[in-house]
Design a protein around this ligand. Sequence first.
Ligand SMILES: CC(C)(COP(=O)(O)OP(=O)(O)OC[C@H]1O[C@@H](n2cnc3c(N)ncnc32)[C@H](O)[C@@H]1OP(=O)(O)O)[C@@H](O)C(=O)NCCC(=O)NCCS
Length: 374
Amino acid sequence: MTEDIKKGLLGIVVDETEVSKVMPEINSLTYRGYAAQDLCAKCKFEEVAYLILNGELPSEKQLKNFEKVERKERNLSKILLESIKNFPKKSHPMDVARTAVSIMGLEDKETKDNSPEANLRKVMRIFAKTPVALAAFYRIRKGKKIIKPKSNLSFSENFFYMCFGKVPEKEIVKAFDVSLILYAEHSFNVSTFTARTITSSLSDIHGAITGAIASLKGPLHGGANEEVMHMMNKIKKPENALNWINNALDQKAVVMGFGHRVYKSGDSRVPTMREYFSKVAKVKKDKKFEKIYDIVEKVMIERKNIHPNVDYPTGPTYHLMGFDTDFFTPIFVISRITGWSAHILEQHAANKLIRPLASYIGSSYRKVVPINQR
Ligand SMILES: CC(C)(COP(=O)(O)OP(=O)(O)OC[C@H]1O[C@@H](n2cnc3c(N)ncnc32)[C@H](O)[C@@H]1OP(=O)(O)O)[C@@H](O)C(=O)NCCC(=O)NCCS
């Protein structure tokens, strides 16, 4: 009998969640009931991080406390800092993020404690330290001095400061904040499902986030924002875009930054990120990537009816902000830690070991022949 296989778990509902949903009635991704674009317009990233982790938007006092803890937890241990200094300079920053979180797990006094209170404390440490670890590597591999975090700067401002030594124009910081809000959570995507699967064996949060980072690295998931930039660099100038994309489609290539497992007629995060991409391009006085963007998008919709996903506008936006291409997916990490963590907490609160079945298509039963008779 052949079982009904749902390869890639396509269309399978495996659990319940209160964290996020793409609501068809408003055609939008929502976090805890709030539309992501509404949050982008009215909140800073820290408020959304609080919402995702705690279920409600913070009051001013709650936000202040949340920020106080995050800022206090920013410093890295000596072991972690020394380790980062000794990482191969050519390491992919996603591997640096993965290893850094793993090292945090070695050092955390509460690693084994999976109570909700301890898990939330650990989340705050991972959330605060991961950007600092990444920025340290960003500087080290360029032969530059590490810049220590500053506790009077917001999450986004501090990341720019630690990478570049200064906080950019407020439009750039806001665009970065918006990208973090849009990347923060997206239900049972592959990295979140990885985190929940690891958690389901009652393993610890550092392990679950380490696994999630490995999962996010792939080009079919978070790695797509880097691939978009590689594509734009190959296209080089707007005049080449039409030929390039038509040739790619003639050759049946998968065009990065397009398509989505959930959204089939457009990712609701794209219009917001497109708007901020434009604002950044204006500040940077560089419209080249916007022109390439529009041409490729038009052809993808006309020829394939496939729409862009959020990685399409974030790629060139991060490039214009000055980040190296291989840092795009790590930026996704520093935001998605919030979503992963909310799911890890949810999984712990109503756990069931995740253990699917497989349809066996291997050899039929056979006896072992001893090695000297094979
Ligand atoms: C995201 C993605 C993996 C979704 O995959 P999925 O739901 O399994 O959909 P499929 O891969 O089965 O795609 C369905 C059809 O659209 C085509 N398609 C989907 N995305 C495409 C893309 N980006 N470029 C070209 N064709 C694409 C597929 O080739 C397939 O065509 P076929 O039916 O003729 O074989 C897929 O769209 C993709 O690989 N996108 C590029 C990577 C990316 O941007 N990832 C970030 C996601 S947020």
